[in-house]
Unconditional design. Structure first.
Length: 433
């Protein structure tokens, strides 16, 4: 007798009707998670917009610069339309606001460069489309004749990212159906008008000066360097660090190098923003009056290099397959105190770059207690180095390398203490005893 399964009971896992499908409850959870993703993305985006709006309200910064540039671009387009359509009575006033809109760039120099590139591309597109229409007498034939040439020109490096406007202008010209000499002249004239208005608005109305970005990025490098050193010191002090900890330190030190790349990019933008802008116009933008010197970039590049070498040494010491072993816990605790002192110096330098006043002693001079503490810790670590060399030479290499990196970090990250309070021998590179 054949057994018929009870249809009221649970379906067997071997039932081909449900094989390979998750249970209904799991499917419901999966569908709920999928529906929650768009809502979470919208909430996250709303938070970012809110943070940007608060940053605009608080004071000068990248967000306010972006708002000003956006409003300038809109104003340039409106002014170009007003001049072309109402004052000059041009029936083909589209080109002027279009060109003016894209002329308001991040710097005056980039606006001028883009104006030359885009105007050339638009002229090429207009002239080639008109010539192709005259040769073929057909819109489709004209498009087939001129678009391949214009797309090749669009990829020419001299055009930058503006070459595509040649092809789009050709399509617009042929679609409008007017390729007479008068219409071509109108389009070229509107292009020139829009370029002039866009350039004038960008150059004379709150010209974009990006000196603030260099200071902010330098301060961020100093602050994040201090954060990395604080994190290393905390785990060295607790004694609970291993290869996983050193891998995290290495990742954080690598992010410092990415921050340096951002700093170099900001430096290039700042130099470009100073081109073709005059002193009175810079004052109207209330931008910082000068850039930090290039030596600051080089100094913090050396600091991040020392941090990377420090984390590499600790990673080698944490690797059980390597011969070097870490020093004793008591010595590492002293070393952690020294790293915290250097981290505090990095944060002080970050504040100085942003215009904050450093801590001062009772006589109004820079506080010398940090230098005195560093000397004391240096002596204690040197004593530990001698003890390790006499008793157990294996950790000596690690401790000597760590001490060298700490001294290099102090000399670079705290230049006032290192140069103003060190003896003459130390200024020439000698290690104080």
């Amino acid at each position: 007798m054949t057994h018929v399964p009870d249809s009221s009971g649970p379906t067997s896992p071997a039932d081909p009707r449900t094989a390979g499908h998750p249970p209904p409850r799991r499917r419901a959870h999966a569908l709920a998670a999928l529906s929650a993703r768009p809502l979470r993305a919208v909430r996250d985006e709303a938070r970012r917009v809110g943070r940007a709006a608060r940053a605009v309200w608080r004071g000068p910064g990248r967000e306010r610069d972006l708002l000003v540039q956006s409003m300038k671009a809109a104003a340039a387009a409106l002014l170009a339309w007003l001049v072309a359509k109402d004052w000059l009575g041009d029936p083909m006033a589209l080109m002027a606001p279009w060109v003016a809109l894209v002329m308001v760039q991040a710097t005056v120099y980039s606006s001028l460069r883009r104006a030359a590139q885009q105007s050339t591309a638009i002229c090429a597109g207009t002239l080639l489309a008109s010539a192709a229409q005259a040769v073929t007498g057909d819109t489709l034939g004209a498009l087939a004749l001129c678009l391949p040439v214009l797309m090749l020109l669009a990829n020419w490096s001299r055009f930058g990212d503006q070459g595509i406007y040649g092809a789009t202008t050709a399509v617009f010209t042929l679609a409008a159906g007017s390729v007479s000499a008068a219409s071509v002249g109108h389009r070229l004239g509107q292009t020139a008008l829009g370029a002039v208005i866009g350039l004038a608005v960008n150059a004379f109305v709150c010209p974009p000066i990006h000196l603030r970005d260099v200071r902010e990025n330098l301060a961020a490098v100093a602050r994040e360097t201090g954060d990395v050193l604080y994190a290393i010191a905390a785990e060295l002090r607790s004694g609970d660090w291993d290869a996983r900890s050193t891998a995290d330190w290495s990742r954080r030190s690598a992010r410092l190098e990415h921050r340096l790349e951002t700093l170099h990019s900001a430096r290039r933008w700042s130099r470009e923003s100073l081109r073709l802008t005059s002193g009175p116009l810079r004052a109207l933008g209330r931008a910082p009056s000068h850039l930090p010197p290039d030596s600051e970039d080089e100094r913090w590049s050396r600091v991040t290099g020392h941090v990377r070498a420090l984390t590499r040494t600790l990673a080698i010491a944490a690797d059980e397959d390597r011969a070097p072993v870490p020093p004793d816990a008591a010595v590492l605790e002293t070393y952690a105190h020294l790293l915290e002192l250097i981290a505090e110096g990095c944060r002080t330098e970050s504040g100085r770059l942003l215009g904050e006043r450093p801590d001062e002693g009772p006589d109004g001079q820079p506080d010398e207690r940090g230098e005195a503490t560093r000397r004391e810790l240096h002596h204690r670590l040197q004593d530990g180095l001698r003890e390790h060399a006499a008793r157990e030479p294996a950790p000596t290499t690690v401790l000597g390398s760590l001490l060298l990196q700490a001294e290099s970090l102090w000399a670079e990250a705290v230049p006032r203490a290192a140069r103003g309070l060190e003896p003459q021998g130390a200024a020439r590179g000698a290690t104080p005893e």
